[in-house]
Design a protein around this ligand. Structure first.
Ligand code: FAD
Ligand code: UDP
Length: 367
């Protein structure tokens, strides 16, 4: 390959956005992706029944950033979509995030907003400082709702008690006194009209972008002599785990098709904080709006080993990550960007924002 190429490792949001920004600025880039497809964990595809499913779990796009939304809008038409989630608690389905209906349903009450606020004020266990994921929930809704909806779900999802996770994890899910039952309240909430994979194929379709699929860069790194490398894989893998392994949480996805019905469950996602081994079930046609016969769902089973899907936000992992970041800073010809390379629990829009920033910095440096 020509020495002037920039190599980008990974064709997920971080890699694809960086590739496109650099290519639009006239740089020749080569994307190396170890999987056989683009999109990273946002990859979607029609299943055997023609239903568009997300192979690596449900991906709902939401952002407050007009910049990110408009940037991706160059490569897709958006279909407005607001996600809603129910949680199976004691045999009933209650809204998550906790809202007025959750409070009334859970406690068998019929409170108005003021009444519910007063009720929660009596239940909450104030924490100062709010340090852990347990603190966040106890501090806002008290022990009964914490134990019914958060403690076990979190233990399943992370293999850790909420008291061993940063506050930021359960703080992703707010508490509301209103009847708003949307999972997100961002300004922009939408799905790519013909899927994420189509978005990625358009983004990577540029005369200055080449993509090699099914190549593990780290296994073949000697083959490449790039001018600069943008790496979006796990940061500890780049350094051969020299300082020890960073923890990542994995999942197993169990996809299933149910024929003869156009609805499996009453919401796009149902969470299971109980004793089931899975955490949630998502029904895709409710998200994509696809008009089909039959329906396809996915169950998510958390696992310790496997593909690194989630960085684990807590003190110990942060301390280890900082040591890897110090090594990364010393690699002058490599940019580390993305959920795995920055070891940050990024949503898609945050990965895009980070990639836009990194690409901007890199262009200045290369100018
Ligand atoms: P990734 O998507 O992980 O892409 C990294 C790519 O690098 C992968 O394709 C990988 O194969 C490749 N790679 C790694 N190492 C190598 C190597 N050595 N050689 C070649 N290629 C390599 N975000 C939302 O905003 N909304 C959601 O609803 C949402 N739901 C999610 C549900 C699940 C189950 C998961 C796991 C994540 C979810 N996310 C969601 C987060 C979203 O997936 C990430 O923010 C986004 O995918 C990050 O993009 P990325 O490019 O940084 O990483
Ligand atoms: N969570 C929970 N119960 C729920 C929903 C979320 O305990 O019904 C906790 C759990 O720890 C989860 C975190 O809140 O990992 C963040 O939830 P989110 O839905 O944002 O997780 P993601 O979609 O990223 O898997």
């Amino acid at each position: 390959m020509p020495e002037t190429e920039i190599v980008i490792v990974g064709a997920g949001f971080s890699g694809a956005v960086t590739a496109r920004v650099l290519a639009d600025a006239g740089h020749r880039v080569r994307v190396i992706e170890k999987r056989g497809h683009p999109g990273g964990n946002a990859f979607d595809e029609p299943d055997a029944h023609g239903i568009l499913v997300h192979r690596y779990g449900p991906h709902l796009f939401h952002t407050n950033s007009a910049r990110v939304f408009d940037y991706l809008g160059r490569f897709t038409v958006w279909r407005p979509y607001e996600h809603r989630v129910l949680s199976e608690v004691g045999g009933r389905l209650l809204p998550v995030p906790i809202n007025l209906d959750t409070i009334n349903g859970f406690f068998g009450l019929n409170l108005c907003e003021e009444g519910a606020a007063a009720h929660l004020a009596g239940l909450r266990e104030p924490r100062d400082p709010v340090r852990t994921s347990e603190d966040v929930v106890l501090n806002s809704v008290g022990r009964a709702l914490y134990e019914a909806m958060f403690r076990n779900y979190t233990r399943k999802q992370w293999g850790l008690d909420p008291s061993d996770l940063d506050a930021s994890v359960t703080a992703r899910v707010p508490v509301r006194i209103s009847r708003d039952d949307r999972y997100f309240t961002d300004r922009f909430q939408a799905m790519p009209a013909d899927g994420y994979t189509a978005l990625f194929r358009r983004m990577l379709d540029h005369e200055l972008i080449a993509v090699d699929y099914a190549v593990d860069f780290l296994a073949e790194r000697d083959r490449f002599k790039p001018l600069h490398t943008v790496y979006t894989g796990p940061i500890d893998a780049w350094f051969g785990h020299a300082l020890g392994r960073l923890p990542y949480r994995s999942l197993r996805f169990e996809h299933e098709h149910i024929a003869g019905t156009d609805s499996f469950q009453p919401a796009a996602t149902v969470n299971y904080p109980g004793e089931q081994a899975f955490t949630r079930i998502t029904e895709f046609r409710k998200i994509t709006g696809q008009q089909v016969t039959g329906t396809s769902i996915v169950r998510e089973y958390p696992e310790a080993d496997g593909e690194p899907y989630y960085p684990v936000p807590n003190q110990a992992s942060r301390a280890l990550y900082r040591r890897y970041r110090a090594l990364a800073k010393a690699e002058r010809d490599v940019t580390f960007v993305g959920r795995l390379a920055e070891y940050r629990y990024y949503n898609m829009d945050q990965a895009v924002a980070s990639a836009l920033k990194a690409a901007g910095r890199l262009m200045k440096a290369l100018a």
